[in-house]
Design a protein around this ligand. Structure first.
Ligand SMILES: Nc1ncnc2c1ncn2[C@@H]1O[C@H](COP(=O)(O)OP(=O)(O)OP(=O)(O)O)[C@@H](O)[C@H]1O
Ligand SMILES: [Mg+2]
Length: 370
């Protein structure tokens, strides 16, 4: 977890930094928006910005948007800054942390944002087989293609491979190729030099360089346009990239994991995906079966999510009732996704201060919502 603290946090900077580092975060500090932007462009990256309410958070949000840098913001201020807190949330901050910081609060915020805390849960033999293969290939630098229906846990498995690789101490950087407009994806991946195009106000390091020494996850790779596929192929073959508007190639040391919920052989036949790129990516194929084909995972996952969200919501863990278990196993037979239903689990990933939910202490029940 990479944390970037912006501002002085009313003199609590050292304490907050120490608390975050104790929780395993690597912490960088920027005194102003300009310096924060420079850090983010430089390829150091951040998974979370902790920003002093004295900073103009709206301006920061706009500048991040203008440069398409996606990173959640939590605002920090003293208890009496109620108006500043409200303004910060309106401006786009996800949470507000009162100062002086409380270790539990910092831990909860980091846990809510940290993706690396995601555990891989499985019990079914069908999944155990996939996980075993993942363990075997994790230490190599081979490219991996993870396929499976939406919500089957492709990203969870990608992180699992990274965490067991020799690159585990490096960054895990993920790019969703379907979520970023075609025209912008190139600079997102490969970075750009100042003035490369209108709006390129400064050099920006792309995800390939940000992932240097670590793993780059190219999510929904089938959605990448053919021209960019050619550039990606070169990056994979030669381990060098060209920044947009750059004049010299940049070497990169990365392992690539790609995911797709489509059958890529079919996409190749349709002519929208390069066969040579598929060949390059598909050195190892981890196929995640849909949940309906791994029934033994259903209760294991339900119990895992019950534990996870009880913790996140600060309520006591309630056991699944016999009826809930029966319903879950009946209902899940036609479903492929592992993703917990938001309505059913009332899932929240925010830290406790917003979530003082009352617990009646009884067992979890399934609702009629599906
Ligand atoms: N085996 C698992 N153990 C624990 N959590 C899981 C597992 N599989 C999936 N999840 C949870 O389900 C959700 C979806 O998982 P993930 O994002 O990895 O799926 P995906 O296959 O990448 O989905 P999509 O195709 O929609 O991007 C996440 O909240 C994830 O934490
Ligand atoms: Mg995914």
């Amino acid at each position: 977890m990479r944390l970037l603290i912006v501002g002085t946090l009313k003199g609590q900077l050292t304490t907050a930094t120490k608390m975050a580092m104790d929780k395993g975060a690597s912490v960088t500090h920027a005194d102003r928006i300009d310096t924060a932007m420079a850090v983010l462009r430089s390829g150091k990256g951040a998974d979370l910005l902790m920003v002093d309410v004295a900073i103009d958070i709206r301006d920061l949000v706009l500048r991040l948007e203008a440069e398409r840098i996606h990173v959640p913001i939590v605002a920090c201020g003293t208890q009496n800054d109620a108006r500043a807190a409200v303004a910060a949330i309106h401006a786009g901050a996800k949470e507000y942390i009162p100062l002086p910081p409380d270790p539990e609060m910092i831990a909860a915020v980091l846990a809510a944002v940290a993706n690396d805390a995601r555990e891989m849960v499985y019990r079914d033999d069908a999944m155990a087989h996939v996980v075993k293969l993942a363990q075997q290939i994790a230490p190599s630098d081979a490219s991996v293609l993870i396929t499976g229906e939406s919500g089957t846990g492709k990203e969870v498995l990608a992180r699992y491979v990274h965490a067991r690789s020799n690159r585990a101490r490096g960054s895990f950087i993920s790019v969703n190729c379907a979520a970023i407009p075609e025209a912008l994806l190139e600079s997102e991946l490969f970075g750009h030099e100042k003035g490369a195009f209108t709006g390129a106000v400064a050099r920006r390091i792309g995800k390939f360089e940000e992932a240097n020494g670590g793993t780059l996850l190219l999510d929904e790779i089938s959605e990448m346009d053919v021209r960019l596929q050619a550039k990606l192929l070169r990056a994979l073959q030669e381990r060098i990239i060209d920044r947009v508007g750059g004049t010299r190639p940049v070497p990169v040391d990365i392992r690539v994991i790609a995911t797709s919920n489509r059958n890529l052989a079919e996409v190749v036949r349709d002519g929208t995906f390069r066969e040579d790129l598929l060949f390059r990516l598909n050195v190892v194929n981890l196929k995640i079966p849909p949940l309906r084909e791994r029934p033994a995972d259903v209760l294991e996952l339900a119990q895992h999510f019950a534990r996870l969200y009880a913790g996140a919501n600060g309520v006591a863990l309630r056991p699944l009732s016999a009826d809930a278990k029966r319903q879950l196993t009946l209902r899940r037979t036609g479903c492929g996704s592992t993703r917990p239903s938001r309505r059913r689990s009332r899932m929240r990933r925010s830290p406790p201060q917003r979530l003082r939910a009352r617990s009646s202490g009884g067992p979890w029940r399934t609702s009629s919502a599906t």
